[in-house]
Design a protein around this ligand. Structure first.
Ligand code: AMP
Length: 137
């Protein structure tokens, strides 16, 4: 089971993909308008609430999650949630979106994968030019 925290565009896409693939999915957001970003085919749970409140996480069945994806718009909340989930629950994987690459060091655990959009964009840009150089050869 996958629990997605924060129905950002990334969170909504990940939840929609998992639901499409038949994975039991639940997504949490404090603003129910955010769920509009989900694909119309999304068939998982939608939980409205503050993810900093343990009752919200329990409603989302965090205790059953093998994967937790954390994509609120606040890096500090994401870091706090990742540490909290790591300490008190038992998912195999925790994926965390951070805007600030420098904060990656705060999440140094083999279960945690950090996604940094600006760094990913930079790598894509670099590869674009590398591909062009290969084509010129
Ligand atoms: P975005 O602004 O597209 O990156 O989306 C971030 C989402 O995270 C928004 O839909 C926010 O409502 C949601 N969000 C931010 N903080 C929390 C929180 N503490 N609990 C649940 N959802 C949150």
């Amino acid at each position: 089971m996958v629990v997605v925290i924060g129905c950002s565009r990334l969170g909504a896409s990940i939840a929609s993909l998992n639901s499409e693939q038949g994975v039991y999915t639940s997504i949490v957001d404090k603003n129910d308008h955010a769920f509009k970003k989900l694909d119309p085919s999304y068939s998982g749970f939608k939980i409205v609430g503050d993810a900093e409140d343990i009752k919200t996480l329990e409603k989302a069945k965090i205790g059953d999650a093998t994967e937790v994806v954390i994509t609120t718009d606040d890096d500090n909340i994401n870091i706090y949630l990742a540490c909290f989930v790591l300490k008190y629950y038992d998912p195999t994987d925790i994926v965390v979106r951070l805007h600030d690459e420098n904060k990656r060091v705060l999440l140094n655990d083999p279960k945690i994968t950090v996604i940094t959009p600006s760094l990913l964009s930079f790598y894509l840009y670099k590869n674009l030019w590398n591909d062009d150089e290969e084509d010129d050869k």
